[in-house]
Design a protein around this ligand. Structure first.
Ligand SMILES: [Fe+2]
Ligand SMILES: [Fe+2]
Length: 494
């Protein structure tokens, strides 16, 4: 591998060697390969459609081989590179590309090299064998199949096509990609279910909690299996759907904190459900007040403050429970009380907030403060929010639980854009797995030392990596706004 997939190819755009040429010709080549694959799947090889598809595949390959002498097609995560140039996926070709990617991945192909002199017949053999093998294993990748595929090609006299398995780092990338896919589905399902529930309550319809419970269980299971991918999603915010994404975010963060405290799976189900329903009382607040983008009047603010006990009433009425959801009721009632009871509703007697309420309060405070609402032009930076929650006792959070949250997401949560002392600009990709380094996350470099925009995916760097003089190779100087550098944060870690 001589080319760096992340590096930009600046310089003159030559008609037959530049990026623009490769993007265009590469795309044609891939689409022709996909069409070929599909045609051979649907029709016998002697059929005119299949023959035409093979002709087109051969001429698309020649169009690149002519000027460039070879084709090196490489898969990396969700990206496809042709001779080092990353192809742009557009909506109209996305399905074809991802189907082809899946077919190649199913037989563990990470790279396909095509040499000058390739014959049409070789494509026919290659696609035929690919089809016969990829059909077998379903989506399970079997490393044996690549060897099998190579053997079959050799026996059939295919000498101009060479196959390589994915690089190990790319396999990991693909693995992470799959985990993210599952996480995204769990997340959006959670949002949909919450939306349904809140709307039913709002319209006074009876609601079943069974669906909500299942969505919570899926979230808990996912957090227990692979916490990072789901927690990472809480930073991607859909401002239009704030009420629903907020509930799901608080659920994910609460469950992840609960996991850090070693709660059992059943306790996490209970906690997760309480977290998802913590603001259910807001369904009884008029939408005009709830979504108001300017400051609230005193009366409106008082109305907003009724949501904890409105939630209590709502939960008492909820169907589908074998028993009354006491723990969820307590959390709805207590989540704004603050540990020193200076919050609302006012406690009549001395009491101490339950542990679930304290956890939900921390997750709730963090998510609310880091979300940019339509009327806040400048979002508060996550590191400042955490510092404030941690240092200011008047905020009324349990410091042990804030610490658990910091351990979970780091001082710099995934998606934070940071300037490094090397003058590089980077996006936080993951908390450091070593908990001694909560302020030294794993990042992806978006702007290199020369000030050039890199990637995505961008080079990965662990900020805990030591330098020769006993310090660190890279350190965070400050948090910055990615918009200033033209960085689309989501591209680097989603
Ligand atoms: Fe609330
Ligand atoms: Fe809330």
């Amino acid at each position: 591998m001589t080319r760096d997939p992340g590096a930009g190819h600046e310089g003159q755009e030559d008609k037959v060697s530049g990026d623009a040429f490769l993007r265009h010709a590469g795309r044609n080549f891939l689409l022709a390969m996909y069409t070929g694959l599909r045609s051979l799947k649907l029709y016998p090889v002697e059929n005119a459609t299949a023959q035409k598809a093979l002709d087109e595949l051969q001429s698309a390959a020649l169009a690149i081989l002519g000027p460039q002498g070879e084709i090196e097609l490489r898969l990396s995560g969700d990206f496809i590179f042709v001779n080092g140039t990353r192809l742009r996926l557009e909506l109209d070709n996305y399905a074809s590309f991802s189907n082809l990617l899946a077919a190649l991945r199913a037989v563990d192909i990470g790279e396909l090299k095509v040499a000058t002199g390739v014959e049409r017949r070789e494509w026919q053999v290659f696609l035929g064998v690919l089809l016969s093998l990829s059909g077998k294993g379903g989506t399970e990748v079997n490393p044996e199949t690549l060897l099998d595929l190579r053997d079959k090609l050799a026996v059939a006299g295919v000498t101009h096509l060479d196959l390589e398995p994915p690089l190990e780092s790319e396999e990991k990338l693909a693995e992470a990609e799959r985990a993210r896919e599952v996480a995204k589905r769990t997340y959006s399902h959670g949002v949909a279910v919450t939306k349904d529930l809140i709307n039913s309550v709002r319209m006074g319809r009876t609601t079943s909690v069974a669906k909500v419970k299942r969505a919570v269980q899926a979230i808990v299971d996912q957090v227990l299996n692979n916490e990072t991918s789901l927690v990472g999603l809480t930073t991607i915010r859909d401002y239009d759907e704030y009420t629903f994404t907020h509930s799901v975010n608080v659920c994910i963060l609460s469950v992840a904190i609960g996991k850090k405290l070693s709660l059992s799976r059943l306790q996490l189900y209970d906690l997760g459900l309480a977290a998802l329903l913590h603001d259910v009382g807001k369904a009884r607040i008029p939408v005009e007040v709830l979504n108001k983008t300017t400051g609230l009047t005193d009366d409106e603010w008082k109305l907003m403050q009724t949501h904890p006990w409105q939630g209590v009433l709502t939960l008492f009425n909820m169907r589908g429970y074998g028993e009354i959801p006491y723990r969820q009721i307590v959390v709805s009632h207590e989540h704004h009380m603050k540990t020193d009871l200076t919050g609302y509703p006012k406690a009549i007697r001395p009491r101490s907030m339950g542990i679930y309420s304290k956890i939900v309060a921390v997750a709730d405070g963090y998510d609310a403060a880091t979300t940019r609402r339509s009327y806040q032009t400048v979002p508060i930076q996550p590191d400042q929010v955490l510092r404030e929650m941690w240092e200011n006792p008047r905020r009324g959070y349990d410091p042990v639980l804030v610490k658990a949250l910091i351990n979970l997401i780091g001082i710099y949560p995934v998606g934070t854009c940071v300037i490094l002392d090397t003058f590089e600009v980077a996006v936080v990709a993951a908390a450091n797995p070593d908990q001694n380094f909560v302020n030294r996350p794993i990042v992806r470099i978006c702007i290199d030392v020369n000030g050039a925009l890199v990637g995505p995916p961008g080079q990965e760097a662990n900020l805990a990596d030591p330098s020769a003089d006993g310090g660190f190779l890279r350190s965070i100087v400050k948090v910055t706004n990615p918009d200033r550098y033209g960085i689309i944060v989501g591209d680097y870690f989603v």
